[in-house]
Design a protein around this ligand. Structure first.
Ligand SMILES: Nc1ncnc2c1ncn2[C@@H]1O[C@H](COP(=O)(O)OP(=O)(O)O)[C@@H](O)[C@H]1O
Ligand SMILES: [Mg+2]
Length: 497
């Protein structure tokens, strides 16, 4: 369109810097953005130092990447850098040319970079007060900051230190009590162990991340090394001249973990309820840690109790950023419209399997490593009016009882009454309000009582069954650790007093 004249609309630095500071980073997402830069620079170690400092925290991050010369450093501090359209290497975790600035300034009022490449050291800082007063300029400090990482960098041939030395209330870290600050450090640790788990202990180029001198441990959302994790078939989806991998996993039932601590750890930061759904990776770096991405059938899927064991990996290359609408903070992704139906179908199957494992349908062994020999006590079937729960009339214990029952009709009536009065809604409510049903442990008295009752029942089982088979039939459907009960029952059935 032909123009009559121009009007200047170049942004006011003082206003723009304020808006950029409020992009909504948390300390952990901001640190993750800096670690992205270290990875792109080829680093194999990143050390983070985050000190409470009497409620005025200071942070520094040191990497052993290739560093920058003075010219590159000036570019690095420029907002927008090469922008989102420049061509980037596949391993480049950057995107908008914003991260270093927006992440750092969201936490602190001053960002200092000290960097070394092939022996030459450069340093510059970006100060919010200076930008507000004098526009977009960075300053070269008169002397290097007095910070242990800077001293360490001087002994290395290449690397970069980023320092946040005026962390303010925007970060949520300033003004905390020492205890609260240390609790936040644990959240940060967990978050970074999740976002970079494939670098720390997976299939990406190896990276060690240390926070305050302690190595961060990887958290694998798929618990791939757990024997009871189910890997469903993966699919490669072609889109926009590229392709990516989708791989659904169903995680193990609670009872398959050796103990509560292991189960909770597998849930991940925020717990099982929050961590279901898609895990979207871009060049192996986690962007979305559990979300159904607005997909679903007639109704959009929400995080629900029954799907908590469903986790679906999506492995994107960098080239698909635009289609997936990756945001500046790299914490959001939206599947392209054309792929929604396909992803919904894949995830739908995963949710279904997860539901079965969660509800324990088929009633496999509840004890880890136990053989699949015990028939189920309960059968869940889909009736015309919804699910039905029936007691398995062919279960050896039920058969034995029926045969020895005084009145077979009454016995059948009792079963019917139990089946028809299963308090389904009550159980559903109770389970979804708590973090899943906890399995109570048996005390000595309960073990004694159960042993007597089960032994009596065990003796009515067919003579063709061995004692071990009887014990399996009696115990394998019961939850929790039954080692002691098994020992005492074996003792009793073998005829010891
Ligand atoms: N730790 C680092 N080591 C080497 N170069 C870096 C480092 N951090 C940032 N840079 C340089 O600064 C540039 C701008 O970084 P950033 O603002 O995060 O945007 P982006 O990562 O999207 O390019 C990077 O492209 C890189 O050239
Ligand atoms: Mg970056």
């Amino acid at each position: 369109m032909p123009a009559k004249r121009t009007i200047s609309i170049s942004p006011k630095a003082s206003a723009l810097i304020g808006s950029l500071r409020g992009l909504g980073y948390s300390p952990e997402t901001a640190l993750a953005d800096l670690i992205d830069n270290s990875i792109t620079a080829g680093a194999s170690t990143v050390s983070i130092d985050l000190q409470w400092n009497g409620g005025v925290p200071v942070a520094a991050i040191l990497d052993n990447g290739h560093g920058m010369n003075e010219e590159r450093l000036a570019d690095a501090l420029r907002l927008g850098g090469d922008g989102p359209h420049g061509k980037r290497a596949d391993s480049d975790l950057g995107r908008f040319g914003m991260g270093l600035k927006t992440a750092s300034l969201s936490q602190s009022r001053r960002l200092t970079v000290v960097t070394k490449t092939t022996g030459a050291l450069s340093s510059a800082f970006l100060d919010v007060a200076v930008v507000e007063a004098r526009g977009w300029i960075a300053l070269v400090p008169q002397s290097l900051p007095d910070q242990p990482f800077v001293a360490e960098l001087q002994n290395r041939s290449t690397g970069t230190v980023v320092i946040w030395d005026q962390i303010d209330e925007l970060s949520g870290l300033a003004g905390l009590s020492k205890e609260a600050f240390h609790l936040r450090l644990e959240d940060i640790r967990a978050h970074l162990g999740m976002v970079f788990h494939r670098f720390i202990g997976g299939d990406a180029t190896r990276l060690d991340i240390a926070l305050n001198g302690r190595l961060i441990r990887a958290w694998d959302p798929f618990q791939a090394s757990h024997p009871a994790t189910r890997e469903m078939p993966s699919e490669r989806i072609r889109h926009a001249g590229s392709s990516f991998l989708v791989k659904p996993y169903v995680l193990p039932h609670r009872d398959r973990f050796t103990n509560e601590a292991e189960y909770h750890a597998a849930g991940g930061p925020g717990g099982w309820g929050a961590r279901q759904g898609f895990y979207v990776y871009r060049s192996k770096r986690l962007l979305v840690a559990g979300s159904w991405l607005g997909l679903g059938g007639a109704r959009t899927w929400t995080r629900d109790e029954a799907s908590r064991l469903a986790r679906v990996l999506i492995d994107l290359p960098t080239g698909l950023d635009r289609d997936w609408r990756i945001d500046v903070r790299k914490s959001q992704a939206r599947p392209p419209g054309a792929l929604r139906a396909r992803l919904t179908a894949i995830a739908g199957r995963c949710r279904e399997e997860a539901r079965e494992v969660f509800a324990f349908r088929g009633q496999g062994p509840r004890v880890r490593g136990a053989p699949h020999t015990a028939p189920a006590v309960w059968l869940a079937t889909q009736g015309p009016k919804g699910p039905q729960y029936r007691i398995n009339r062919d279960h050896p214990v039920i058969v034995a009882c029926r045969q020895s029952a005084a009145g077979v009709r009454s016995f059948n009536a009792v079963l019917s009454i139990i089946e028809r009065s299963v308090p389904v809604e009550r159980i559903w409510l109770d389970v979804s309000e708590s973090e899943g049903a906890e399995v109570p442990t048996l005390d000595a008295e309960e073990i004694g009582q159960l042993t007597d009752q089960l032994a009596e029942l065990g003796r009515t089982l067919p003579a063709s069954m061995t004692i071990d088979q009887r014990i399996d039939v009696l115990l394998l459907n019961l939850p929790g650790d039954l080692t002691e009960l098994r020992i005492s029952l074996t003792h009793k059935l073998r005829g010891h007093p």
